[in-house]
Design a protein around this ligand. Structure first.
Ligand code: PMP
Length: 348
């Protein structure tokens, strides 16, 4: 048994997955009567079940984004990916995961839902990973999964590759690197490292740079055993036909998407520079994403002021670490101008 398979829960290793009949057949077919569908809409409409393995979409992702299709699986957003990876590797009531707060809250929520313990190794005062402490906690607790969000939500900070790789090398469980915001960084992320270390799993999503949050299209990148396990553990038709089509359509508009990403980056910098001029802003985090996090002693009041201007942002006013911080997404030039106008009009 490979080291990856050995890490998996027994019931996943031995599971015989639900097989859709059309899956295994490649010859020509005219009349489709195997899945109790409606004929209304012919053979290519939403009356038919979607491709459970999203093969066409994965091949297109390989062409456009470069992730080899045999190393990917598509999920109903990365949220589903988090849940699946926990269910594949963690035994309820026994295993644990490591996270480094402040970070994306869903890792801990899905762990709790699966009766898996979350161990937090807080970031250092400069919001970088406390690598030495993480290594020590890994030795002590032998977690099945370590979640590293890079660039991190909500700080927007990209961790040095060496820090992440030191952890992934040391960790004998799986290291999940959530790269939801990697498209804004101009770097290719760490998926190629899976070739040398199959215990690395990378999460991508089409919800951010690819403008498809409503379609729910997440991408898991992993070694063969991980992808095979995900295919077994997921619901057979987890990504709808409409979502697969929407993803194909966005991939065909890659130049437009690249232009939008460039605009998001320049708008982020314009807004970060503006925030630094505001007398009530005490800290602007160095984000490499499509959002900005900043601190002000007036966070609660500012949040209300923005709401009164019909603008909603994310408040961390009462967060134990990020107290006094607000986070907002970078939007179109026009909307960003309105946000800046509202920020300018805030009276302490
Ligand atoms: N990971 C991170 C770091 C995120 O910020 C988000 C969304 N806010 C997700 C995953 C979930 O993304 P999706 O829409 O693909 O479920």
């Amino acid at each position: 048994m490979s080291e990856i398979t050995e890490l998996m829960n027994e019931q996943i290793r031995t599971l015989v997955p639900y097989l859709t009949v059309r899956d295994g057949y490649e010859g020509p077919l005219d009349i489709l009567l195997d899945a109790n569908e409606s004929w209304l809409g012919g053979n290519d409409g939403v009356n038919r079940y979607p491709d459970p393995q999203c093969v066409e979409l994965r091949k297109e992702i390989e062409k456009v984004i470069g992730l080899p299709w045999r190393m990917t699986a598509i999920t109903n957003g990365s949220d589903e990916a988090i849940d699946l990876i926990i269910r594949i590797f963690c035994k309820p009531g026994r295993d644990s995961i490591i996270v480094s707060d402040p970070t994306f809250g869903e890792y801990g929520i899905f762990a709790t839902l699966n009766d898996v313990r979350t161990i937090d190794v807080p970031q250092r005062a400069d919001y970088m990973l406390d690598v030495d402490r993480m290594l020590a906690e890994i030795d002590e607790n032998r977690p099945k999964l370590v979640f590293i969000c890079s660039p991190n939500n909500p700080t927007g900070i990209l961790y040095p590759e060496d820090d992440i790789l030191r952890i992934a090398e040391h960790n004998k469980g799986i290291t999940v690197i959530d790269e939801a915001y990697i498209d804004f960084t101009g770097t290719e992320g760490l998926w190629k490292r899976i070739m040398g270390n199959p215990r690395i799993v990378v999460f991508r999503t089409m919800s951010k740079a690819w403008a498809l949050a409503g379609a729910r299209v997440g991408i898991i990148v992993g070694c063969e055993e991980v992808i095979e396990a995900v295919m077994k553990a997921k619901a057979p038709y987890n990504v709808s036909r409409l979502s697969q089509d929407a993803a194909m359509e966005m991939l065909s508009r890659k130049d437009e998407v690249a232009a939008l990403v460039r605009e998001a980056v320049s708008e982020r910098e314009r807004m970060a520079a503006f925030l630094r001029t505001l007398p009530y802003v005490t800290e602007v985090f160095p984000s490499v994403t499509n959002f900005l996090l900043f601190r002000t002693p007036e966070a609660g009041k500012l949040y209300e002021h923005l709401l009164a201007n019909r603008i909603i942002v994310r408040s961390y006013a009462d967060d134990p670490v990020l107290g006094g911080c607000l986070r907002f997404s970078v939007s179109s030039v026009e909307e960003n101008d309105k946000v800046m106008e509202a920020l300018r009009g805030f009276q302490i």
